[in-house]
Design a protein. Structure first.
Length: 528
């Protein structure tokens, strides 16, 4: 891997630009201290259909949730005022708090909540598991509803606090496979479609009628007190441009500054670096199970034998204080971390073994399409390294560069790769997500699941056992079995784990630490 160094892979000239040399960016409706500008491209407005983090950031602003996770990853009541569970633990009762109102002025009621839970439960990996144990969801009145279970299921609160966004009844009753076309939530911000220009900027205005909880803000929980008039996500794929824009004060926040620039940025008084996310990022090489060659477990195992995480992390991150070699299927430094079946990740690339596995798997020399996400530096660089390794193993790799929005749109296609589909793509995720077998990337329920549509019946059985575990110790034991099985059938491959500080302008204050990576909840934040 000596041909792939940090210097040769990174874009030439990605050195710090001085504030004086930074590009001037023309923005509509400049709002001074009342407007926060952050780098980002919202790939979808529907967090049920899309599992991308950008969709989650959007949803967190415009929708509210029944429960929300604090900075320590503990679920707290959010839209819910009171809740209780029956003595037999089969009936949960929830009462909504006062003051909940949608952006169109209508009051939030259980008529909105119940179909929102059902729509979420039809698509979300964790929601699907929970709904297997739900007998009935019913309204007692406009503010009170119950969830009746068929059997004991101890994760109801945990799962309702994760990605279960409450929509109006009209949108919530939309087919879970069909994207919603109207964005009206009850969250602290409302999407301003008049000034939003998809692919360029996304404008969110403060929702004046939002009633925050009385508790202090903590992660995504507590009182969501908005202190600015507007937040604008600006699509800025080039890292150098984004860094320079923060230095110049044209942009206030950038969640993914190149890590090789952090030491230099730490000396710039115009900006500050902060680790908002207590977890880490895990790099993912994702396969398409629907089409050859990766419908063959042998061909997926071949890729496992090619990936040496050190090669990727040295090139992508550079500084070892920010990265970690990690072979755990659940990520490292999390409760479910274990060492079952992890000898593969310690070895150097084994090209001879990979070639043999490809032969056994029936690889016939066909072109393999690797989608390269150019707007996300870790994925862009990892694709370069992976393509080189695959070619050395005799695979005809056709790398197709595209920005994040295009990649996520294409990755949703189940068409044959030669007809607009794909074989592989690269991304990353939060270790706090990877820690749960219920995470959408871990699910292996075929075409009902997430992109790549992996299938493995044993993994699904073990996932159910894990969800029904009564104690953390029981779940840890089952997690070892899940990991042993997973690294045999290879749903995907990790290329390492790292911490990502965010970059913000020095006059941005009150940005909260969160239980997810790369962005921030924009309540509580303000500009000096």
């Amino acid at each position: 891997m000596s041909s792939f160094t940090r210097r040769t892979i990174m874009q030439s000239g990605l050195a710090l630009a001085s504030s004086a040399a930074a590009p001037r960016i023309a923005f509509a409706q400049r709002g001074g201290g009342k407007t926060i500008r952050t780098v980002g491209d919202i790939t979808s407005y529907d967090p049920v259909v899309s599992a991308t983090y950008s969709s989650h950031y959007h949803a967190t602003m415009v929708y509210d949730t029944l429960f929300a996770y604090d900075s320590q990853y503990v679920p707290r009541p959010q839209m819910v005022d009171k809740f209780a569970v029956s003595d037999d633990k089969l009936t949960w009762t929830f009462e909504l708090r006062d003051g909940l109102k949608f952006h169109d002025g209508t009051l939030v009621s259980t008529a909105d909540v119940i179909p929102s839970i059902r729509r979420w439960g039809a698509r979300d990996g964790a929601g699907q598991v929970m709904m297997k144990y739900v007998k009935e969801i019913s309204a007692k009145d406009a503010k009170t509803f119950t969830i009746q279970l068929k059997d004991h299921f101890g994760l109801v609160i945990d799962l309702l606090g994760k990605n279960c966004f409450i929509m109006r009844k009209k949108e919530a009753e939309t087919d879970p496979a069909q994207k919603i076309d109207t964005v009206i939530g009850s969250g602290p911000f409302r999407l301003n479609l008049g000034e939003t220009k998809p692919g360029t900027q996304y404008v969110y205005d403060k929702f004046a009628d939002y009633v925050p909880r009385k508790e202090a803000p903590d992660g995504l929980a507590g009182g969501k007190v908005v202190k600015v008039d507007r937040v604008i996500y600006v699509n800025m794929p080039d890292a150098q441009t984004a860094v320079a824009a923060v230095q110049a004060g044209e942009i206030d926040f950038y969640g993914g500054p190149p890590l090789d620039l952090l030491d230099q940025l730490s000396h710039d008084r115009n900006v500050k670096l902060q680790v908002l996310y207590a977890g880490a990022n895990v790099g993912i090489i994702r396969f398409n199970f629907l089409h050859a060659p990766f419908d063959s477990v042998k061909c997926r195992q071949a890729i496992l034998n090619l990936v040496n995480q050190t090669d990727y992390l040295k090139a992508i991150i550079g500084n070892p204080k920010y990265y970690k070699i990690c072979g755990s299927y659940f990520g490292c430094d999390v409760p479910m971390e274990n060492d079952a079946n992890t000898s593969w990740f310690k070895a150097a690339p084994n090209y001879d073994r990979a070639k043999q596995l490809l032969k056994e798997g029936g690889y016939d020399g066909r072109p393999v399409i690797l989608l390269q996400q150019t707007s996300y530096p870790p994925a862009k660089i990892a694709a370069e390294i992976l393509a080189d390794q695959m070619r050395r193993a005799g695979i005809d790799v056709r790398m197709e560069p595209m920005d994040g929005a295009a990649m996520w749109a294409r990755s949703a296609s189940k068409a044959p790769p030669e007809q607009g589909g794909w074989h592989m793509f690269i991304t990353s995720a939060a270790s706090t997500d990877a820690d749960s077998p219920l995470w959408i990337c871990h699910r292996t329920n075929g075409e009902k699941g997430w992109l790549g549509w992996p299938t493995d019946a044993r993994n699904e059985e073990l996932t159910t056992e894990w969800a029904l575990g009564e104690t953390v110790e029981q779940r840890k034991k089952i997690a070892r079995e899940i990991q042993e099985n997973a690294w045999n059938f290879v749903p995907y491959v990790w290329y390492g784990q790292w911490v990502q500080p965010v970059l913000m302008h020095a006059n941005l204050n009150g940005v909260l630490s969160t239980p997810f990576a790369w962005s921030a909840p924009w309540w509580n934040a303000e500009k000096a």
